[in-house]
Design a binder for this molecule. Structure first.
Ligand SMILES: Nc1ncnc2c1ncn2[C@@H]1O[C@H](COP(=O)(O)OP(=O)(O)O)[C@@H](O)[C@H]1O
Ligand SMILES: [Mg+2]
Length: 244
């Protein structure tokens, strides 16, 4: 579904992505794990069209999407839940969700949007309860759910998530990750980047390890989490999958 080849990107003179190649097949959940500053956010921003690639290829459904503006990339079915959530604090939960459907205004009728809203409310009951509350009054974990819900309103086929566990209380991390498993079971394809390798590898089918803008290791999640280097650098001692 997504295929990236030798992708390079950066900021001004700073070269961040140094030839990243990866792919995500339909129905897969793929994790990219790496330390702070490794280039994970830069990778997702470049795929999402927020940051311009310097070279390399980005194909979505075999179409070249490199260089397309961000809203066109959402429109083809590739949606990003940004790091730090970026919900609109002075708007209500419902208004934030409706913004996520913005790119659909030409294609869909409002009935489709209402249906998506119901699906998001079914997944995250708390968003329904709080639908008229200002987003700024939600907890970090609830705002993360809202950011995921907002991305789902564009009806993506590929959902990209940047550090969904960052700044979220441990109990809510578990619950957010359970929802990610539900989304995957419902057929959504997922690309997840995380410093929290434990959480990400517990739900992903496959993973890539990124270090200073390069992929240094890749493989099935089980193989990565059994790798002594990955354990030492990213996992610590115990870890378990939560999808079984
Ligand atoms: N807007 C920016 N301008 C300049 N440098 C940036 C910007 N964003 C990130 N960087 C730098 O790019 C590198 C990779 O950052 P980032 O992709 O955010 O890493 P990660 O998400 O893995 O923590 C870091 O060295 C960071 O300081
Ligand atoms: Mg980041």
């Amino acid at each position: 579904m997504l295929r990236i080849l030798n992708l390079e990107a950066g900021y001004g003179p700073l070269r961040v992505l140094k030839g990243i190649s990866l792919h995500v097949s339909p129905g897969e959940a793929v994790a990219v794990i790496g330390a702070n500053g490794a280039g994970k956010t830069t990778l997702l921003k470049t795929i999402a069209g927020v940051l311009k690639a310097r070279s390399g290829e980005i194909a979505f459904d075999k179409q070249n999407i490199r260089g397309r503006p961000a809203e066109k990339i959402v429109a083809v079915g590739c949606s990003l839940v940004p790091e730090g959530r970026h919900v609109f604090g002075t708007m209500t939960v419902r208004e934030n969700l409706l913004l996520g459907a913005f790119c659909r205004r030409h294609v869909d009728n409002s009935a489709g949007v209402d249906e998506s809203l119901e699906q998001v409310y079914d997944l995250f009951g708390i968003l329904k309860e709080r639908s008229n509350q200002l987003a700024g009054t939600l907890s970090g974990g609830q705002q993360q759910m809202l950011a995921i819900g907002r991305a789902l309103m564009s009806r993506p086929r590929l959902l990209m998530m940047d550090e969904p566990s960052l700044g979220v209380a441990p109990l809510l991390v578990q619950s957010i990750y359970e929802k990610i498993v539900t989304l995957k079971r419902n057929g959504l394809t997922i690309l997840l980047v995380e410093q929290n390798a434990r959480a990400a590898l517990a739900v992903a089918d496959r993973g890539y390890v990124i270090e200073t803008g390069q992929i240094v290791l890749q493989g099935p999640s089980r193989q990565l989490s059994d790798n002594p280097e990955v354990q030492r650098a990213y996992l610590g001692k115990e870890y378990r999958r939560i999808d079984e």
